[in-house]
Design a binder for this molecule. Structure first.
Ligand code: SF4
Length: 392
């Protein structure tokens, strides 16, 4: 299969997200040095959405665009930003062996004191263990290894060229031994193929046995060329599977197929994963890193609000209730003064003046701050091995 590396020099590298992506990876920024991926996993969402721009989706794993100025761009752009978590690097590219751009980006992140989050399928990330440890000592580093499960049949069917799951787990153990916060993003979990209790239990146990502190689970999304490839791979694995998926996603429905699984399916999956995580004594959410400082209390309050929104999703609560907590989480996360200070000066009325915070959420927040469950703004961030507020 052909492989073409196309060097180019983009004008920018850092994506600044509108809001932190709680309660998932807690990142505010992302920066990646390559476009396209040699692994070419059939279910990869990057083949189906806007990620490739105008490129033909068929070239996703054949043409890898290399941002040769990634390191210098990062050094120029990061000093203009507040030091919040950045998701960076990309080790799952054969091109990384040659260009070492991910390593160069870690050096910049270390120099500038930004906390780091990495989501990977490749054990090559351990090549840069020295830098990950140094970043973690200076601020924070965490790494999620991405996998659908530990069943080799699923790996062969849907991600034939990605690094083996055993290698990923071995890398996870190495990073855990070095004190890095590690876990797994179980994405995508494959409906009717990898979402039963046996598959999930084996996978979560394996993550725990390799030093993982958490798993985050998500179902399969389907769009465009990626959906066609994923359904074809499902059919090759099991001739009935693609039909079941088409039905689940509403292919043939007058309004067209849905992009993701139904909310009721996601809620059931989330609850099952939560139950198994409790059994294996790991978290079903990633702990949030929060730097010490006067606004740390806002970040901790926002974390709890995001987690509350997620709990409501699992309970299949009405959308407006979920939305109220999410909106309040964003507002408090981004508010420029300490909510502890607001409460001390103006009481709950001061909290209600923050746009997006209604009276019942203001009451809850006030109780958390008064009871000290979100700290007073002077605590260190949750480091490796220190779970956030949700413990199983
Ligand atoms: S390794 Fe990750 S980025 Fe690459 S194709 Fe697979 S899922 Fe996509």
């Amino acid at each position: 299969m052909k492989l073409e590396l196309q060097e180019y020099r983009p004008r920018r590298i850092v994506n600044v997200h509108q809001h932190v992506d709680g309660p998932w990876f807690w990142g505010r920024y992302s920066a990646h040095p390559y476009v396209g991926c040699r692994s070419g996993c059939h279910f990869c969402y990057a083949r189906g959405g806007r990620y490739l721009g105008r490129r033909d989706p068929a070239t996703f794993d054949e043409i890898i665009q290399v941002k040769v100025n990634a390191v210098e761009l990062l050094r120029r752009e990061l000093p203009r930003l507040q030091p919040e978590v950045i998701a960076a690097g990309d080790w799952q590219q054969p091109a990384e062996d040659r260009y070492r751009l991910s390593r160069g980006m870690l050096e910049v992140i270390l120099d500038l004191g930004f906390p780091l989050y990495v989501n990977e399928r490749s054990p090559l990330v351990t090549r840069d263990l020295d830098l990950l440890v140094a970043i973690d000592r200076r601020s924070h580093a965490s790494v999620s290894f991405s996998m659908s499960g530990v069943d080799p049949a699923l790996k062969r069917a849907f991600e034939p060229r990605s690094p083996g799951v055993k290698q990923r787990l071995g890398a996870m153990a190495r990073l855990a031994e070095a004190g890095i916060l590690v876990g797994a993003s179980l994405m995508p979990i494959l409906q009717f193929a990898g979402d039963d209790e046996r598959h999930l239990d084996e996978t979560i146990r394996a993550v725990r046995d390799h030093g993982g502190s958490y798993v985050i689970a998500g179902g399969l999304t389907m769009e465009g060329a990626q959906a066609e490839r994923t359904l074809a791979a499902a059919h090759r694995l099991d001739a009935a599977l693609d039909g079941r998926w088409r039905e689940l996603y509403g292919w043939g429905a007058p309004e067209g197929p849905s992009h993701g699984p139904r909310p009721s399916y996601s809620a059931r999956l989330g609850l099952k994963v939560r139950e198994l995580c409790a059994r294996h004594l790991i978290l079903d959410r990633m702990p949030r890193y929060v730097a010490a400082g006067p606004l740390a209390v806002n970040k901790r309050v926002a974390e709890r609000l995001f987690l509350r929104a997620y709990d409501l999703e699992l309970e299949e609560a009405p959308g407006y209730r979920v939305w109220a907590y999410r909106k309040a989480a964003w507002a408090i996360d981004e508010w420029p003064t300490s909510v502890a200070g607001i409460l001390a000066a103006r009481g709950e009325a001061g909290l209600r003046a923050v746009p997006g915070v209604g009276s019942s959420i203001a009451r809850e927040v006030a109780a958390w701050v008064r009871d000290g469950v979100v700290g007073d703004g002077a605590e260190d961030g949750a480091g490796p091995g220190e779970p956030g507020p949700r413990e199983p």
